[in-house]
Design a protein around this ligand. Structure first.
Ligand code: MG
Length: 383
């Protein structure tokens, strides 16, 4: 690893773990975070969770797991170029989506609606709840006991009410401060990854065509560049050559624009970064506009496509039917979750029971949720 910049996250200056532990013998603190995430149950489940396209409809689409790996790869490139902590940014990226429900955003929206009277449901907050509370791996604590910096990076956004409840971790939302730079760049790596892989998956699924994509300035620009160099290129190779140039443009611009901002800002330490009035990682204005054009196209042509909407409406029905059934009768849940529900209900009443149901549903993979739905509602299915 190259020498870290003074404003990067340094092991020795970490704000530590919730439960004190001895320093690892041959790994850094952030490597240990990453390793705990990779060995967690929630991380393994990402392989069967949907990003946009339902996993069982085709084996080649991104799942939350492959998405998370692409995000981590992009983040490491950016961290390396800016002399930031690659290990921390990798850990944040691998964990950033572990709180997602089955069926992507449709599942999260449905679960949030179900939970409106009980404190709501938010996947980002759920990611934190998993690494702080729900993973059961260690004898001495619940969760994974990650470093403050990693938890800070996982919690991308947070409402005022939740920030008050989160104590030290919620402070920055109340004081309008920034997270460390590794967390800031992880957000951009996430966006760069999904905008570009959703183009690839969208073409593969037959929702959009290269001809339609030519109305997107960023795609048009690099499509022209590729064809100038390889006039005969068509099909998959053409798309990939364009996409790799798009990713490269976004990543290179982010690195250059952020390096310039860091220099102009005069920040010296991670404390300066946190106290700075604005985030310091970001695109230049021109590239931000190109990126915005791509996002707008995807929203209109992929996420609102009738085939995607059919999937999301099915997902909503499955999630809300499961929620209602389990909330009305927690005895329908497997013993472990029924037990958690009884325990939380004693402390928080119905809201506690609802939270246990939400945790159970949020932890399901797409196919497990579909199977549970069948077991509960199809009299011909084994229970
Ligand atoms: Mg993501």
């Amino acid at each position: 690893m190259t020498e870290l910049a003074t404003y990067a996250a340094h092991d020795a200056e970490s704000r530590g773990r919730r439960y004190a532990e001895e320093a690892p013998a041959y790994r850094s603190e952030y490597q240990r975070d990453r390793d705990r995430i990779v060995h967690s149950t929630a991380f393994r489940r990402l392989v069967y969770k949907t990003q946009v396209f339902v996993n069982h409809e085709g084996d080649l689409y991104r799942t939350r797991l492959t998405h998370s790996l692409e995000v981590a790869q992009i983040a490491q490139t950016i961290a390396h170029a800016l002399a930031l902590n690659e290990e921390l940014s990798e850990a944040i990226c691998l964990a950033h989506d572990v709180g997602h429900t089955p069926f992507g955003h449709a599942g999260q929206d449905a679960l949030n609606e179900c939970m409106l009277d009980f404190g709501g449901f938010e996947h980002n907050l759920q990611s934190l709840r998993i690494v702080d509370e729900l993973e059961e791996h260690y004898a001495e604590f619940n969760g994974l006991n990650l470093t403050f910096e990693c938890r800070e990076g996982i919690l991308k956004h947070c409402s005022h009410n939740n920030a008050v409840l989160l104590g030290e971790l919620g402070e920055r939302f109340l004081k309008r401060q920034q997270p460390g730079l590794e967390a800031q760049l992880a957000n951009f790596a996430d966006e760069i990854a999904y905008n570009n892989h959703d183009v690839d998956d969208g073409i593969r699924a037959g929702l959009i065509t290269v001809e339609e994509l030519l109305q997107v300035p960023l795609f048009h620009l690099y499509h022209g560049e590729v064809l100038a160099k390889y006039p005969q290129l068509t099909g998959r190779r053409l798309v990939f050559e364009v996409l790799r140039r798009m990713i490269n443009r976004l990543v290179s611009d982010l690195i250059a624009a952020s390096a310039a901002r860091l220099q102009d800002s005069g920040v010296r330490t991670i404390a300066d970064v946190r106290a700075h009035s604005k985030p310091l990682v970001g695109f230049s204005d021109d590239t931000a506009e190109l990126n915005h054009g791509l996002k707008t196209f995807l929203r209109e042509h992929v996420y609102k496509h009738y085939k995607v909407r059919r999937m999301t409406s099915k997902a909503r029905r499955v999630v809300s039917a499961l929620f209602d059934a389990f909330l009305n009768d927690p005895g329908l849940m497997p013993d472990e979750h029924k037990g958690t529900s009884a325990r939380l209900e004693k402390i928080q009443g119905t809201a506690g029971r609802a939270r246990a149901v939400a945790d159970y549903i949020a932890g399901m993979t797409d196919r497990y949720a579909i199977l549970e739905h069948r077991r509960l509602f199809d009299p011909g299915e084994r229970t």
